[in-house]
Design a protein around this ligand. Sequence first.
Ligand SMILES: Cc1cc2nc3c(=O)[nH]c(=O)nc-3n(C[C@H](O)[C@H](O)[C@H](O)COP(=O)(O)OP(=O)(O)OC[C@H]3O[C@@H](n4cnc5c(N)ncnc54)[C@H](O)[C@@H]3O)c2cc1C
Length: 439
Amino acid sequence: MVVGAGFAGLSTARELDRRGLDVVVLEGRDRVGGRSHTTTIAGVPIDLGGTFVGPSQDAVLGLAAELGCPTTPTYSRGKNLIRWRGRVRSYRSTIPKLSILELLDVSRIQWRFERLSRQVPVARPWTSPLAERLDARTLDGWLRSVHAGASTRDLMAIMSRVTWGCEPDEVSMLHAVRYVKAAGGIGPMLDVQGGAQQDHFPDGTQSIALRMAEQLGDRVRTEAVVTRIERSGDGVVVHTDAGPTSARAVVVAVPPEHRADIAFDPPLPDEHARLAEHWPLGRLSKAYAAYETPFWRADGHSGQALSDEGPVFITFDVSPADGPGVLLGFTDARTFDPLPAERRRDRALSCFVDLFGRQAATPIDYVDHCWGTEEFAPGGPTAAVPPGSWTRYGRALHTPVDGVFWAGTETADVWTGFLDGAVRSGRRAAAEVAEHLAR
Ligand SMILES: Cc1cc2nc3c(=O)[nH]c(=O)nc-3n(C[C@H](O)[C@H](O)[C@H](O)COP(=O)(O)OP(=O)(O)OC[C@H]3O[C@@H](n4cnc5c(N)ncnc54)[C@H](O)[C@@H]3O)c2cc1C
């Protein structure tokens, strides 16, 4: 039995099936994909959640290739833009055009950050000699302690918002260092060329989940919210509104925060129960605008931009090969989500205008999505783990409890928080179940 039909749950089921084991997937939403959800703008598929994929993410790339889901490069020819301290400037590469002193400070902090990561083992970060010290402070606390300049701190805040959906004073420094290391470093995590934004899926990432679900057929059941899991000596009983189902084991493939919405009987060990309370999801939102053409390209712009003023703080060009121009803006959930729909549109478009000019004011279509306000299983992109969580509860993250196993991107040791990590976590959990059943 698997709870959750995101990339982790579906990959678990696929792997169990491949090993010849019977499996059923119970999904609370009326669709599969979880934090991967594809819709359309001006007839073009766009991703409200997980979008991009990078060259070292071979678990999800391999899966997509197996299922016949192609990728396409993210457009990155021309100049990037930065709106900083009230001025818009252009630059090339990932590091924006700042003063020499500001650039030196960015390099110094990046170097110190990556040096710390060498002492943090990704699979067992709590065993690092630095664990207690790093987990006692936030990313912001660390930046201040090493006297990071204002521009460096603002750039790190943008990284924090887009990566975890939180501010630097909310995320544990141990989590930040471990997370970036699991992605191979700051460059591989933030870059377009050679990094995690290098490519995307023209049919949307959900097409991968839909194909996995299609192959599993009626073994995937949607609108089946799991409310209770009972454990007994010889297996588990999983409860939904439709009634109980028995199984020899269950893989809970939901974000750690949402484990708390399931009642466990007998209760989970204290460390496991508390983990769910200390692994909250961040909040990130997106705005898309479609235009007759990608007009910014004619002006020599890549469509990629950074801004220290919101609500849109990062943009990408995700236009299809033929068809309209499509701009994606990541928006700051704190100021964006509380607005009514019409105001959200106005604010997002006015940010696009500030960056790309007047033509951005009149899209042919507009779509936005706020993950923090979803009714069921809200939040994303991934967990924004606060100080004290890893050192106190980290050991319980994916330690099985009597036939209950754990998957989900938050439990991955490679590309944690990404689609790739979700796939890897599902395969790991399936292997654990197979070994458990063979015993
Ligand atoms: C805005 C945004 C942008 C992102 N961008 C990228 C990107 O560009 N590249 C990238 O690699 N990743 C990106 N991600 C992250 C990526 O989407 C996630 O890492 C991945 O989808 C997580 O998969 P999962 O299976 O671990 O969890 P989920 O997708 O969250 O799946 C868990 C499933 O469990 C279900 N569920 C929860 N509770 C219950 C219950 N009690 N009973 C039954 N079902 C339940 C949920 O409905 C959900 O379907 C982004 C995410 C967001 C939100």
